[in-house]
Design a protein around this ligand. Structure first.
Ligand SMILES: Cc1cc2nc3c(=O)[nH]c(=O)nc-3n(C[C@H](O)[C@H](O)[C@H](O)COP(=O)(O)OP(=O)(O)OC[C@H]3O[C@@H](n4cnc5c(N)ncnc54)[C@H](O)[C@@H]3O)c2cc1C
Ligand code: FES
Ligand code: FES
Length: 473
């Protein structure tokens, strides 16, 4: 492919380095910008956080990512901001707040927190409205104690109350010193970077190209192999659009979990989406993690996969000269075995739009509430007329070798009245439909019990019926 061009802080970078190299290594080793730290290299600690800016309308949208997982080839045409790009001589209001509230001790995590909080300052949507701490959900500090960092964030949040919306926002942030003056010229400079033409994807098996979404699975599992591989990016072959058409919600094969979290259409279709997505990874991971990657990774506990199974999703698989739609549940043949050919891209998915008769819920139990993978997760979609269930889809993760659609329980639910007894019976039937194994996330018995409670929780959350109380004890 042609060389990668992007803006790194205020400099234009042109490089022919490996497309699969992680951004962290490029920034630290090739550019000697060592303010960005290496912690876990698995997306967990946030020490490597940087901001990526992409053109949106007249301006640039900035989001935090973990640079230890983000492939260099993806940054073509973007603005990458490291802690060095935020200030040279004086402290920014974010840095000042961290100092004044004693938000730093050894300082190892501090650049990551500063970058994430600056991302919070640059945010123009309402995504952090409920809890500004979501902006630092991907950052871990092992010595300061979070209260002082939270106080620093509150102070920043208070200062940002004065921030104007729309086109005046950037000028205000520059005037107050949140970002340096060169940010004003970034949109024009990004527009001047020529687009790249992606290579044609083939199904050749001699030198297979590795298809990457955000790399949040592949770069955890085998980073060296990805670095040296011939890579292609799903974003070059599929869109990120989320739109409604003919009674279906369509999601592009390159859309990320954060696109789902921020989509006004999804908020309308699934009003609880933000609460559910807070249980899925962290903001920087959701920014890079694609929905297609979650489905194709085929983890038995993939959260978006479980939600999509219950919603009734179908996936569009596209190869060079062919296209087919497949019900999502038919993708999974066995543990990480898919009915998908090499070279086929998940180009879109779709699920039937919800209606006032729809009752949808998602539940997840993990050892930690946030930033943890599920012991068991589950989702439910019902279509209800009067008090009678017309259609039902229940799904569960962590209870079988594949993300599981609970076909028998779903079938049984159709025609049943919406009562506490129905909920209880469904929960019992679901338990007998699964084969959990004991592992570090819990014993088989515990997972079976969890599933029962989660099915009851679906009915408690998504329907107005009082669930049989003793059953939840
Ligand atoms: C710290 C951390 C926390 C996490 N927390 C959670 C969590 O709470 N819940 C959860 O469900 N997951 C979690 N994950 C897992 C991960 O983020 C998801 O599975 C993610 O959605 C994968 O998407 P990706 O684009 O990064 O995939 P990649 O790593 O790029 O790819 C994964 C697989 O999908 C394939 N692929 C990607 N896009 C396409 C496409 N369009 N068509 C065909 N194949 C494709 C790739 O070839 C590869 O086989 C976490 C990961 C990390 C690192
Ligand atoms: S080094 Fe820990 S998230 Fe990247
Ligand atoms: S200050 Fe030491 S890890 Fe946060």
């Amino acid at each position: 492919m042609a060389e990668i061009q992007f803006l790194l802080n205020d400099r234009l970078i042109k490089t022919s380095s490996q497309e699969g190299l992680v951004l962290l290594d490029f920034v630290r080793e090739h550019q000697r910008l060592t303010g960005t730290k290496i912690g876990c290299r698995e997306g967990d600690c946030g020490a490597c956080s940087v901001l990526i800016g992409t053109l949106e309308g007249e301006g640039v949208k900035y989001l935090p990512v973990t640079s230890c997982l983000f492939p260099l080839g993806r940054v073509h045409g973007m603005h990458v901001v490291t802690v060095e790009g935020l200030s040279k001589e004086t402290l920014t209001p974010v840095q000042r707040a961290m100092v004044e509230h004693s938000g730093t001790q050894c300082g190892f995590c501090t650049p990551g927190f500063v970058v994430s909080m600056t991302g919070f300052a640059l945010e123009s949507s309402s995504v952090y409205q409920d809890d500004p701490r979501d902006a630092i959900s991907g950052n871990i500090c092992r010595c300061t104690g979070y209260k002082s960092i939270e106080r620093a964030l509150s102070e920043v949040s208070e200062q940002l109350q004065q921030k104007p919306q729309g086109s005046e926002q950037m000028a205000w942030l520059i005037e107050k010193g949140f970002v340096p003056p060169y940010f004003a010229g970034i949109p024009a400079r990004l527009r001047a970077i020529p687009a790249r033409r992606p290579a044609e994807l083939t199904s050749s098996t001699s030198a297979p190209t590795v298809l990457l979404g955000g790399g949040s699975d592949l770069n955890v599992q085998r980073p060296e192999a990805i670095r040296d591989a011939d890579v292609a990016f799903a974003q070059d072959y599929a869109s990120t659009a989320i739109e409604e058409q003919d009674g279906f919600v369509y999601i592009g094969g390159a859309a990320t979990m954060e696109d789902l979290n921020r989509s006004p259409l999804i908020a309308q279709t699934l009003p609880s989406i933000r609460a559910w997505m807070r249980l899925v990874a962290s903001t920087p991971i959701r920014t890079i993690a694609s929905i297609a990657g979650n489905l194709v990774n085929a983890s038995p506990i993939g959260d978006v996969t479980i939600l999509m199974l219950a919603l009734g999703a179908e996936i569009e698989l596209s190869a060079q000269h062919a296209q087919r739609w497949l019900p999502l549940e038919e993708l999974y043949l066995g543990y990480k075995t898919l009915s998908k050919q090499q070279g086929e891209i998940l180009s879109r998915l779709r699920f039937p739009s919800t209606t006032p008769q729809s009752r949808v819920n998602f539940e997840k139990v993990s050892k930690r509430t946030f930033l943890d993978i599920a012991s068991v997760n589950a989702a439910m979609r019902l279509e209800v007329q009067g008090d009678i269930i017309q259609k039902a889809r229940l799904s569960a993760g962590g209870v079988a070798p594949i993300p599981k659609l609970l076909r028998e329980t779903s079938r049984w639910l159709v025609g049943q009245p919406l009562t506490g007894e129905t909920a209880l019976e469904a929960a019992q039937r679901a338990q007998s439909e699964v084969q959990p194994i004991s592992d570090i996330r819990g014993s088989a018995d515990y997972k079976r019990l969890l599933l029962r409670q989660l099915v009851m929780a679906h009915f408690a959350e998504a329907t107005a019926i009082p669930v049989v109380k003793e059953a939840l004890l």
